[in-house]
Design a protein around this ligand. Structure first.
Ligand code: ADP
Length: 243
């Protein structure tokens, strides 16, 4: 369903992605782990063109973008088929919880206000925020803000949900509630790519773990293979350091 071929990205002289090849099938939950600075977030951001890759091909279903000569309308399409959950939530502070969720439905997807509201209320109820729809982000805890971020992404009904370290800005006591929501969404068959430091969570929720180091995929496979019986020395060293 998603195919990344030979993705390269440089920031000036910093060669951050060095030829990434990755396939994700419909319903896959793929977690991306690896040392800080290895390019995980950049890779995720390339998937929806928040970062423009310098080289390579990105395909999502029948849409293919040659990143050396991308077509503008294809980039818009790509963005419509993907939705990102950010580390720092990126909510509109001057909009209510419900408006944060309906904004994209009304502006990008041209849904009526009534329809957007129905979808928004439904999804906010699913993430346990029915009683907060008229609150503003500043009135929420970090865990609640991130649940709004997840609801906003989910409401767009994307082909793939992208999570960029969704719990790393949270106080420890809030991590559980956010992981629980992600777990529920994953069990519903939504295709996901998740950059995370939560190794136990990666092991439990994903059907594939990708280990990255220094801009490359070092190994990938089922969670047990990568997290318990890694083949590569670099993976072993990384896991030893963090576990
Ligand atoms: P990770 O998610 O694995 O911690 P990142 O993808 O965030 O890694 O970063 C990889 C490298 O790219 C780092 O050296 C980082 O400083 C650099 N980098 C990331 N984003 C930018 C940017 N917008 N401008 C310049 N350098 C960046």
């Amino acid at each position: 369903m998603i195919l990344l071929k030979h993705i390269h990205k440089k920031f000036k002289n910093n060669h951050v992605l060095k030829g990434i090849d990755l396939e994700v099938s419909k319903g896959d939950v793929v977690t991306i782990i690896g040392p800080s600075g290895s390019g995980k977030t950049t890779l995720l951001r390339c998937v929806n063109y928040l970062e423009k890759p310098d080289e390579g091909i990105i395909s999502i279903n029948d849409l293919t973008i040659q990143t050396k000569k991308p077509v503008k309308k294809d980039i818009l399409q790509l963005r419509r088929r993907t939705a990102m959950v950010f580390q720092h939530y990126n909510l509109f502070e001057n909009k209510t919880v419900l408006e944060n969720v309906t904004e994209g439905l009304i502006i990008a997807q041209k849904k009526s206000k009534k329809m957007a509201r129905e979808i928004g209320v439904d999804i906010l109820t699913k993430v346990g925020l029915a009683d907060k729809i008229n609150a503003y982000p500043q009135q929420l805890s970090g865990g609640q803000k991130q649940r709004v971020g997840i609801a906003r992404a989910l409401a767009l009904n994307p082909d793939v949900l992208l999570f960029d370290e969704p719990t790393s800005a949270l106080d420890p006591e809030m991590v559980g509630e956010v992981l629980e929501i992600i777990r529920e969404i994953a069990s519903g068959g939504v295709t996901m790519m998740i950059v995370t430091h939560e190794i136990d969570f990666a092991c439990e929720v994903s059907n594939r773990v990708v280990f990255m180091d220094d801009g490359q995929i070092i190994e990938q496979g089922p969670p047990d293979d990568i997290l318990i019986h890694p083949k590569q020395e670099r993976t072993r060293k990384f896991l030893k350091r963090i576990m």
